[in-house]
Design a protein around this ligand. Sequence first.
Ligand code: ZN
Ligand code: ZN
Length: 411
Amino acid sequence: MAKIELLEKYSKLIVEVGANVQKDQLVVINSSTETRELARLLVNAAYNAGAKKVIVSWSDEFVSRSGYEGMSIETLKEVPQYSIDRLKHFVDQGACVISITSPIPGLNAGVDPNKMQTSSIASRKNFKFYSDHMMGNRTQWCVVAAPNKIWAKKIFPNLNDNDAFEALWDAILGASRVTETNDPIEEWEKHNVVMLAHNKVLNDYQFDTLHFKNSLGTDLVVKIVDNHIWAGGGEFSTKGIYFNPNIPTEENFTMPDKFNVNGKVVATKPLNYQGNLIEDFWLEFENGKVVSYDAKKQKETLKNLLDVDEGSKYIGEVALISHDSPISNLGILFLNTLFDENASCHLALGRAYPMNVAGGNDMTPEELAEAGSNQSMIHTDFMFGSEDMSIIGTQKNGKEVTIFKNGNFVI
Ligand code: ZN
Ligand code: ZN
């Protein structure tokens, strides 16, 4: 099968199973100039699925870097009204959104972190209505990946540029369950059944706390909110349309109780934030809040991440993934959250997903806070799974259940 046919299969999967584009729906595709090949195929696939109109929102990380260097901090703070109106239009029109992620790790090395922080806080504040809309599943959205040569070379340093690029495509397609011989749409229907079964087992236990422990020094007790819902795999939008927010996905995740997280967590993969790699870091929590932390590399970037707002020092998601799982078994460090988070247990600093508590999508921000849900302008996953991770769940009646032994699910 020619590569282009494989990419067409991938595009059809993203449009039909990922975003589940509806007839006459407006479709927005976020793409960098690096991933224009996939963006063009997605546009075609969306029209084939009956989209009314497809808008590609282009970005370019090199242009962004030049902007950080060339603009004053005052200018970086400005968020023009037209860019807010544009997103309002997408919301009003009920657009679904497909985002192609393709990081360029290390691109922003040397850029004044204060400038990036100022700019990102300004846009997050102004676009909060938009992220609330997405994270509240008020429309269908889907995040997928495509390679770029710099990213590929970073992952496969021993291959030449082209081979590295192709190897990263193969890894992305493999992890997304797109192969030459299969029907990926059928494959994803089966995958969703398995994910839902796992959610059900966890939901039936209604654990009160999860105790994570490994030899690296992680010793963390996370209380999960009452009436929590484990999610993972397909989800319903508030309009009742079934979609898959991430391709690939292997995680079962739920909502931690904001003020009831205690202990230390040691990260097991680097975290790419604002184009910088935070490496070998740990966080210590007291009553939900990060009270101390350290990183061997990019401690300043980690500090910026924690300082975005009050909620960025608390967690909003806890996710379980067996160490022995398809993406993890590829043995590739992707340096991209979409993949690395699906290869390892993780926590997210920042905002919780409302759907992770019963009735959450219909709650006001005050009701969500009351339920123990964290609020923030950010939601950033970091990975801490390991091959020796043990997780003990405790139910309300005090009964303890081993959930993970030696890195893997045992329930
Ligand atoms: Zn997650
Ligand atoms: Zn997350």
